[in-house]
Design a protein around this ligand. Structure first.
Ligand SMILES: C[S@@+](CC[C@H](N)C(=O)[O-])C[C@H]1O[C@@H](n2cnc3c(N)ncnc32)[C@H](O)[C@@H]1O
Length: 306
């Protein structure tokens, strides 16, 4: 038997750069480079009673996030992703003991260059801000970005619409999956969990900063669908069509139902087709994020390669 020639890992693996998926632009036209800007002069804070520390800590509360329009991103990776994508930053906090790490210095410089306050804090203060015993060494407050669906005027690619998603972990996982599969964005329908809650942000693993989020009422969504003629496919346990048998168009909306009650009749009525994922065992249904991933990978199958 002839063996295939050995693979040259350095040439073969990681070879192709990922093309940018079709759809809405994901980054600001000209975000300043992350290392642009002023020299480091962090304000040192050790007091738990510092007003900025209190404000950052308050961002764990939905009410405070709604009023301030801000949210917290934890960890150097997330903060760097957000800076690179041009998300407006207000405050960056880092632990004193990482102040000389090159990536922290770079992030702090970029934040300062964009007018953000940079604080160097004790571990104790970080514990208080993050409300946990093992906090990340870098935390930042960014401005939220949730767009109106009416502003999505050229909806190319695959969009995921979520009816009344309630679990922040599900929402974050779906945003991460949308990013992974090269879909275009997420449309939040009706009363949903806050996409800027810490648990949701964590679950996105940074994809929050690359995937555009839109919000709409059902009526707004119906008007938008009429205006742009985008086909909408729903998923339902009573669907008669196997999701593997659809000739998926390049541009469409995949609509997913709520965790408890599924897709409501009013949402089903807006769909051009309803698919089901076959279920072989005794489980009633799949988890929302898992079902979204299964169908999304099928929709994008022909457009994905390694
Ligand atoms: C946990 S399920 C909801 C279950 C709910 N009790 C119901 O009756 O629909 C959450 C969402 O995931 C999707 N889903 C889960 N399993 C599915 C399946 N086997 N086929 C199609 N969609 C599914 C649907 O969008 C559903 O609304």
């Amino acid at each position: 038997m002839t063996r295939p020639p050995p693979r040259d890992a350095s040439r073969d693996l990681y070879r192709r750069p990922k093309p940018h998926p079709a759809g809405a632009p994901r980054r600001d036209a000209n975000p300043p480079p992350p290392d642009a800007g002023a020299e480091a002069t962090a304000k040192v804070v050790t007091s738990l009673a510092n007003p900025v520390v209190k404000e950052l800590r308050a961002l764990h509360l939905k009410k405070e996030r709604a009023e301030s329009g801000l949210f917290l991103a934890e960890g150097l990776k997330l903060v760097t992703d957000a800076l690179e994508e041009g998300w407006p930053i207000r405050t960056l906090v880092h632990a004193s003991r990482v102040k000389d790490q090159p990536l922290v210095v770079r992030a702090a410089k970029a934040a300062r260059a964009r007018g953000a306050l940079v604080l160097e804090v004790s571990d104790e203060v970080l514990v208080k801000i993050c409300r946990r015993d093992n906090p990340q060494m870098v935390v930042a407050a960014f401005e939220q970005r949730l767009r109106r669906l009416a502003d999505l005027t050229e909806p190319k690619g695959v969009w995921v619409a979520l009816e009344g998603v309630k679990d922040p972990g599900n929402l974050g996982t779906i945003v991460r999956t949308v990013d992974s599969v090269g879909a275009s964005g997420v449309i939040l329908l009706g009363d949903v969990t806050d996409p800027f809650a810490l648990e949701a942000v964590r679950a996105t693993m940074g994809s929050l900063f690359h995937v555009p989020l839109f919000a709409a009422s059902l009526a707004d969504f119906a008007a938008w669908k009429r205006a742009h003629g985008v086909p909408v496919w729903g998923t339902h346990l009573k669907g008669a069509v196997d999701y593997r048998g659809v000739d998926w168009p390049e541009t469409c909306v995949l609509m997913m139902g709520n965790e408890q009650s599924g897709l409501s009749d009013a949402h089903v009525e807006l769909c051009d087709g309803i698919v089901k994922i076959p279920m072989a065992g005794r489980a009633d249904s799949l988890n929302l994020a898992v079902a979204t991933a299964v169908v999304l990978y099928e929709i994008r199958r022909a457009r994905l390669d390694l």
